[in-house]
Each structure stands twice: as C-alpha cells, then as structure tokens.
Design a protein around this ligand. Structure first.
Ligand SMILES: C[S@@+](CC[C@H](N)C(=O)[O-])C[C@H]1O[C@@H](n2cnc3c(N)ncnc32)[C@H](O)[C@@H]1O
Ligand code: SF4
Length: 390
C-alpha cells in the first residue's frame, strides 16, 4: 500500500489530549496555559469536553484510540467523575486499543493523592507527577505549594495505585551545583521510578520569574558551561540507572516510554480539546492543524454557543508536514526515517547539509535512520535549521 499524505499518521498512532486549565496557584516560572479560578463548574466542563469529542469523531470516524493524556494546568483538580465522563465519551466514538495508555498529570499534594484511586477506577493507568525538586528550600524558591516529604508520600500512593508512574523535576535552578544535582537525581532514581521528565529551568517572558530576571533579579542561574555539564551528567546518570534519555528531556526504561508523547514526536495524529489545546488530524481532505482559544471562559462559551471550540483549522501542505516530522522526530534518540520524510516532501534530505553535521558529531546514521547525538540534541534548533530546505 502506498502511504498517501493523509495516511502518514499511521506510522505513529492516534491520541487524545485533554487540557484542564486550572491551578490552585500560579507558579512563578510557568508559562503553560494555566489559570487560578475560584470556582469551576465541572458539570459544564464535562459537557463541553463531551461535545468536542463528539464533534471531532465526525471528522475522524473509525479510529482506534492509542492514548489519552489529561494535561494542564492541574488535572488532579478534576473530580474523578469528570475524568470518567471524558473517557466514556471517548470510548463511545473511538474504540480503545487493548494496550491504551491513559495518563493524568498530578500535583503531589496530599489532597490530590486522595483522588488517585478514583482516577484509577475511572480508567487512568499512568500518573505523571510534578514533583520538581526533592529539596524543600528549592521547592519554596520555585513557589511550589508542596514539601518534598509530601511529594514523596504522594509518590508512594501513586506507585501503589498505578502500574506506571512518572515524575518531573526541574534542574539548572538558582545556586544549584553539579554535585547537588547529581545527588538529587540519584535520590529520584532510587524511588522505584521507571520514567522521569527532567527539564532545565527556562525563564519565560510573561512569567513572574521573567519579570524578576529582566529587573536584574534571580541571580545564581547557571551559565552555558554549567548548563551543558548538568545536561551531560543527567544523560550519564540516567543511562547508568537503566533509564536512558529517549527524548531531549525524557528518560525511561524501554517499556515505560510515554506512548502519548511518542505520538507527538513520531508525528502521529492527535485530537486536542480544551483551552489552548493543539491538534494534528488527517482525513480524506488531507492533514490539518487545529487550535483553540487560550482563555477558559472563551473556549467554554465557544463550545456551548457554537458547538465548536476550535479557534482555527489550518491545512498542512505536505512540505510543512515533512518539516514538522523532522523537527519532532529528531528530538528522539531513535531519530527519524529519511524515507518517510522523502515521501512527504517529494525529495530527499539534503546530503550536503547532513555531512558537515555528521562531521561535527551532531548527527549520525544507523540502521537506515538519521539521529541527533546527545551533543546534537543540545543544539537541536541549529541542526534543524541547517537541515530544512530553503
Ligand atoms: C504542564 S506543566 C505542570 C504540571 C503540573 N501542574 C505541575 O505543576 O506539577 C508540566 C511540567 O513542565 C515543567 N515546567 C513548567 N514550566 C517550566 C519552566 N519554566 N522551566 C522548566 N520546566 C518547566 C514542570 O516540570 C512541569 O511539571
Ligand atoms: S507548574 Fe503546574 S501548578 Fe504551577 S502554574 Fe504551571 S501548570 Fe499550574
């Protein structure tokens, strides 16, 4: 069978992303689409998610769902009944794959840990926890509402409740030395974890940290050399512990990789519902990108009034799909399939662009695939710029 442009997604599967945009407080570093609201009518929100799932299933019927991801914001503020309702609506229109992965992002407070069993009973089988640090002083400086002890207790409950548990840590923090990070990461790896997302702290415009940094505050952030050393040490320590980096910031044993995120990185199809959620979908008309309004109230009103929460739907020409595939797949240690890229673009990758990057040790070719090396993944934007035509 020849793979036409609108069937390219079959190389990677189909997932559903559900964005829950509310948090108890806004963390000073965070530029995710998250909002603090006094009251949220979860019945209304569930009805809106159900309506969006029904609408999208008419565009893309007959799919088997490989993954669902509840992201945020803080989805662990959702009532388990809301989560169950979303999953029931999804199952009605898209049969679940036998090995479906259903992830929910959770903040590690004791109140939220009380809901973990409810999420499991609703169908969630993987928890992704935002622990951020195992050090109380650093948690306070990151503006987190939980202590390290509370996070460890929530993790223990998660481990007892779910087959798969991941947690996030933020490193390259203010005044963090290489040896402190090595010790903290070692402690994280000793916690019977099989997946870790490890992010270097980035200072984003429009956040409280962004403003503090612009005003000359937030001293003690690492320079480029220390950042590179922290990254390299992270790769080595995780690999030695059996959780190699399978993506720039993600580390896991082979059977514990995030199947949902792999759909993004392998450039599959995903329906994105909720405020600020993006989607990539394919049907007989081709492949298209969707997005939604960022403001929770605006999204909810759009769904309730017009039966459609999309802010835009943009057709993706095959050249653009090829570029997106390249950008996403080179984040992965497994890299990309040059033939799949060629099928989309109608021409192969530029050999003259690859050779110098190979000589610099930033790219390598093995088993018919092209990969960015660990060094290459550290400067991936530049590598991609060189590879893209034009
Ligand atoms: C959607 S967010 C938050 C999930 C959850 N609400 C929480 O706070 O635990 C996913 C992850 O992105 C990471 N993150 C957010 N802002 C960041 C920043 N400025 N720099 C580095 N990592 C960041 C955090 O590790 C966070 O857990
Ligand atoms: S880091 Fe998590 S809890 Fe904090 S504001 Fe962002 S989404 Fe909300």
């Amino acid at each position: 069978m020849t793979v036409t442009a609108s069937e390219d997604w079959r190389n990677a599967g189909f997932g559903l992303y559900v964005h829950w945009p509310f948090c108890q407080a806004k963390c000073p570093y965070c530029d995710f689409n998250s909002h603090v609201a006094r009251e949220v009518d979860q019945t209304r929100w569930l009805a809106a998610y159900e309506s969006e799932i029904r609408r999208l299933s008419e565009d893309i019927p007959g799919r088997v769902l490989n993954t669902v991801f509840f992201g945020g914001g803080t989805p662990s503020l959702m009532a388990p009944e809301t989560v169950a309702g979303v999953l029931e609506a999804a199952r009605r229109v898209w049969p679940f794959a036998n090995d479906i992965e259903i992830t929910l992002e959770a903040n590690p407070t004791s109140v939220e840990a009380d809901r973990f069993r409810g999420y499991r009973d609703a169908g969630v089988n993987r928890l992704s926890m935002g622990i951020q640090s195992l050090n109380d002083d650093h948690l306070r400086r990151l503006g987190r509402l939980h202590s390290a002890g509370e996070a460890r207790r929530a993790f223990t409950i998660a481990r007892e409740t779910f087959d798969k548990v991941s947690f996030d840590l933020i490193y390259a923090r203010q005044d963090q030395t290489l040896s402190e990070w090595q010790a903290e990461l070692g402690e994280a790896l000793s916690m019977a974890i099989d997946h870790l997302s490890l992010y270097q702290l980035t200072i984003e415009d429009g956040t409280a940290f962004g403003a503090r940094h612009a005003a000359g505050g937030l001293r003690g952030l690492p320079d480029d050399d220390l950042s590179a050393d922290l990254y390299a040490a992270t790769q080595d320590i995780c690999a030695s512990a059996g959780l190699p980096g399978y993506e720039i910031s993600n580390h896991a044993a082979e059977d514990a990789q995030s199947q949902h995120n792999l759909i993004y990185w392998r450039y599959g199809d995903y329906a994105g519902i909720g405020p600020g959620a993006h989607g990539r979908l394919s049907n007989a008309a081709g492949r298209f990108a969707t997005d939604t309004p960022l403001q929770p109230g605006a999204w909810l009103e759009k769904v309730e009034r017009h039966g459609n929460g999309e802010a835009s739907r943009t057709p993706l020409p095959t050249e653009e799909q090829a570029a997106e595939y390249l950008m996403m797949s080179l984040r992965l240690a497994e890299g990309m399939d040059p033939l799949r890229y060629e099928k989309l673009l109608g021409q192969p990758l530029d050999e003259a662009a690859i050779l110098p990057l190979e000589e610099l040790g930033l790219l390598e070719r093995r088993d018919g695939r092209l990969r960015a090396t660990v060094q290459g993944r550290m400067v991936l934007n530049g590598v991609i710029r060189d590879l893209l035509p034009g």
